[in-house]
Ligand binder design. Structure first.
Ligand code: FES
Length: 161
């Protein structure tokens, strides 16, 4: 993992969230990053789906986590296969947004102090809703469907149209 160029970062071990696949065995998250920064102190967690053995998945993978573990303002970053996805709660609404730049596929990073995402590759910017602002991008950051039921947030891995 490379360290982002724009701010201090501290790594610590996470409390596990359940990450499962439809019809499969739940998997455990294991890595958590706390993104520092004077302006935000926003919690950023990276949950990696373990690629360990077991039964073959019977459907598209999903990510689930307790809503209570996603307080307003929190930005969780989960890995859906090779795709980093930000899961963010705004009030009672939860948004899951791809962090893959729509220009050439670099990973964008949220910049709390600027209230926008930045792509380090060709210096593109997306607004807080994932819409392109500056640089060589014309498409927004895609979002994944999110459902909340019985206090559990589920992120599907099929991109929304
Ligand atoms: S890949 Fe993001 S600006 Fe080019």
């Amino acid at each position: 993992m490379t360290r982002p160029p724009d701010g201090p970062e501290e790594t610590r071990v996470s409390e596990p969230f359940s990450i499962g696949e439809t019809g499969g065995t739940p998997r455990r998250a294991f890595l958590k990053l706390l993104a520092g920064g004077a302006a935000g102190g926003v919690l950023v967690e990276i949950l990696a789906v373990a690629g360990c053995g077991g039964a073959a998945p019977e459907g598209p993978p999903t990510v689930t986590l307790p809503l209570e573990d996603l307080p307003p303002g929190t930005r969780l970053v989960v890995m859906l296969g090779e795709t980093p996805v930000e899961v963010r709660r705004e009030g009672e609404r939860v948004i899951a947004r791809s962090l893959v730049c729509t220009h050439q596929g670099c990973t964008v990073k949220w910049r709390e102090e600027e209230n926008r995402y930045r792509c380090p590759c060709q210096e593109a910017y997306f607004d807080a809703n994932g819409q392109p602002l500056l640089g060589p991008v014309s498409k927004p950051l895609p979002e994944f469907p999110v459902t909340i039921a019985a206090g559990v947030v589920t992120v599907a891995t099929t991109l929304q149209d």
